[in-house]
Ligand binder design. Structure first.
Ligand code: CTP
Length: 397
C-alpha cells in the first residue's frame, strides 16, 4: 500500500530519535520513497548518516541549502510529499507549528505542505502535560493534523508517565490508515452521525455526555478518502470537519433525528456513531431556573431511538450502530443488533484504557447478526474507521 508513496519524516531532537531509525527502516522496506529532515537538536542524538543509510537517500538539514538546478528545497519537499511524519515531535516543534512559526527546515516544510501531517509527540511527562503544550496540540487537532499519542511508561529522564514515543506499530497503523483503500467507495453514499447531543434544561443549562466525536469524524474522513459521498450529521464538537464532507450541525436528538431522516433515502450506508441522549427534559424553561429548596427534580422524556427507527424503515441501506458498554459487552451488543435490525454493531468497553471517550485509540468488537464476533486489538480511531469500512465494503457486495 505504501509502495511508491513519497513520505517525508521530520526528526526533531529527543532521545526517541533512535526508535525513528527503525521507523524509517520499516517504511523504506515497504517500497515508499522516504526522505528524512533533521533539526540541529536531532543531530545531537544521531548523525544524518544513520538516516541516509536506512533511507538510501540524502538527509535534509538546512533551510538554505540550494539543490542542483536552483529549485527551492523546502517547497520541493513540501509539494513532493504525500505524507509528512514528525517523529519524535518535541514540544518546541509542536509550539512552532501551532504558533505559525517557520524558522527552520522542518517548520517551513510543514507550513508549505498541503498533504496530511502526522505528529508523534515524545517528551517528558510534565512537558507533555503542560497546559500550553496541550493547548497547542488541541489547536493542531482542530486544524486537521493527525496524531499518534505518546505511550505510558518509563521515560528516559527516569520518571514514569505519558511521553514515550508511541509504539512503532501504532505509527505504522496510522500511516497505512491515511493511504488505505483510496477510491474503493466511489459511487457510494455514506451518512455518519457523530458527537453528543445536547438537551436544554433552560437557556443556560443542558444535559449531554462525554462523546468527543473523534470516532465519527474519523469514519467520515476515511469514507471520504475512499471516494464516498459523505454527509456527517454532527452534534457540537471541537473538531475540524474532514475535507470533502458535507456537515450538518445539530444540537438536540430531535434535530439529529430530523436531519438523519432527511438524508436517509439518498444513502447506501448509515454509520451511527453519535452518542444520542436517550432522554431530554420534558419541559425546557424559557427563563433561567432559580434555585429553590434542597433538591430539584427534572422530569425527562424519551427521545426517539433514531437507529431503531431506521431499522424499521430501511430498504437498501446498511445500518451500522455503535455501543459503548461498561459490562457484559457481547451479550448487550448482540441484543442491540437484533433489536435495531443492524448489519453490524461496533461495541467497545469504555472502561478499558485506550478505549472510548476522548482518546485517539479504541478497542472494539464487531458484532454481526449471525452471531459472528470479530475482536480487534487496540488501534488508532482512523485505523478502526477503515476496518469498519472494509466490512461495509464486503456487506455492500
Ligand atoms: N442511538 C440512536 N438514537 C438514540 C439512542 C441511540 O440512534 N436515541 C444509536 C446510537 O447512535 C448508537 C446505538 O443507537 O449507534 C446505541 O444503542 P443504544 O441502545 O442507545 O445504546 P445505549 O444508549 O448505550 O443503550 P443503553 O443505554 O440501553 O445501553
Amino acid at each position: 500500500m505504501l509502495a511508491g508513496k513519497n513520505i517525508t519524516v521530520g526528526v526533531t531532537g529527543g532521545i526517541a530519535v533512535f526508535k525513528v531509525a527503525q521507523l524509517v527502516s520499516s517504511l523504506t522496506a515497504t517500497g515508499a520513497a522516504v526522505r528524512v529532515m533533521m533539526t540541529k537538536s536531532a543531530r545531537e542524538f544521531v548523525t544524518p548518516l544513520t538516516f541516509q543509510t536506512l533511507s538510501g537517500r540524502q538527509v535534509y538539514t538546512d533551510l538554505f541549502e540550494r539543490p542542483a538546478g536552483g529549485s527551492v528545497q523546502h517547497i520541493d519537499l513540501a509539494s513532493g510529499s504525500d505524507l509528512i511524519i514528525l517523529a519524535p515531535a518535541t514540544a518546541n516543534i509542536i509550539g512552532k507549528i501551532a504558533g505559525g512559526i517557520a524558522d527552520d527546515l522542518i517548520s517551513t516544510v510543514v507550513m508549505a505542505a498541503s498533504c496530511p501531517v502526522i505528529i508523534c509527540p515524545a517528551m517528558n511527562v510534565n512537558m507533555y502535560n503542560n497546559r500550553i503544550v496541550q493547548r497547542n496540540l488541541a489547536i493542531l487537532g482542530d486544524q486537521g493534523y493527525h496524531f499518534v499519542e505518546p505511550g505510558l511508561g518509563r521515560l528516559a529522564c527516569g520518571t514514569e508517565g505519558r511521553g514515550r514515543l508511541a509504539e512503532l506499530e501504532l505509527i505504522m497503523d496510522k500511516i497505512e490508515a491515511i493511504f488505505a483503500n483510496e477510491g474503493d467507495l466511489q459511487g457510494r453514499s455514506v451518512m455518519v452521525t457523530a458527537g453528543p447531543t445536547v438537551e436544554p434544561v433552560d437557556p443556560v443549562r443542558y444535559l449531554t455526555n462525554r462523546s468527543s466525536g473523534k470516532m465519527g469524524y474519523a469514519v467520515a474522513d476515511a469514507a471520504a478518502r475512499r471516494g464516498a459521498r459523505v454527509v456527517l450529521i454532527s452534534g457540537p464538537v471541537e473538531l475540524r470537519p474532514p475535507a470533502g464532507v458535507e456537515v450538518v450541525p445539530v444540537q438536540t436528538a430531535a434535530e439529529m433525528h430530523a436531519a438523519v431522516l432527511d438524508n436517509f433515502s439518498a444513502v447506501d450506508v448509515v454509520i451511527m456513531s453519535a452518542a444520542v441522549a436517550d432522554y431530554r427534559p420534558r419541559n425546557t424553561a424559557a427563563q433561567k431556573i432559580k434555585k429553590h429548596g434542597e433538591t430539584m427534580t427534572i422530569e425527562l422524556e424519551k427521545n426517539p431511538d433514531i437507529l431503531a427507527e431506521l431499522g424499521r424503515i430501511k430498504k437498501q441501506q446498511l445500518l451500522i450502530g455503535f455501543a459503548a458498554e461498561t459490562e457484559d459487552l457481547e451479550r448487550n451488543a448482540q441484543k442491540k443488533v437484533a433489536a435495531k435490525n443492524l448489519e453490524m454493531l461496533v461495541a467497545n468497553d469504555v472502561t478499558l484504557p485506550g478505549a472510548g471517550f476522548g482518546t485517539d485509540t479504541n478497542i472494539a468488537k464487531l458484532i454481526f447478526p449471525d452471531g459472528r464476533i470479530v475482536s480487534l486489538p487496540k488501534m488508532d480511531k482512523l485505523a478502526l474507521a477503515h476496518r469498519i469500512l472494509d466490512e461495509v465494503l464486503v456487506l455492500l457486495k
